[in-house]
Design a protein around this ligand. Sequence first.
Ligand code: FES
Length: 177
Amino acid sequence: MIDRRRILTKIVQSFSVVGIFFAGYPFIKSSSIFKDRQHELEIDLTDLSVNKVKEVSWLGRPVIIVRRSKKEIAAINARKTLLKDPLSDFSVQPSFAKNNSRSIREDIFVVFGNCTHLGCIVKSRLTPGESRFNCPCHDSKFDGAGRVFSNAVAPRNLEVPNYFFISKNTLLLTASK
Ligand code: FES
């Protein structure tokens, strides 16, 4: 009789443990232990010198990373005219990039390479002048912060993805906010 009671107690305890696990699974899954690494991409910037560009593919889209020169940073900050959306009010970027440089750090610019007109992939100029990015399809031009010039057919600035810096020379593209 005692043995039967013990067995029943063990069975009930086992079901309780399983029940607690399934009840808590959504919370465990959303915790950092089970962080979704599929939607993240770590990028090493040590070999990215001034004025140079790095291109990676992330979530099926091209991402361009630029190390800006002091001259380019000054040009971005000075430019207030001839842009369609100079303050990025109608453009897509994380809140940290709604500023003049459209970036966390002024020296590093991270942007999706798809033109906001019909999605063609923009080309970064080797020696940026007025424009830094040109679209080969209908010649829209964008400045060093991906802001579209007012005479272009592209309606908005280039889109900035979500990212943060893990260290001085390592950034992480991440879908999670
Ligand atoms: S797709 Fe870029 S200007 Fe048309």
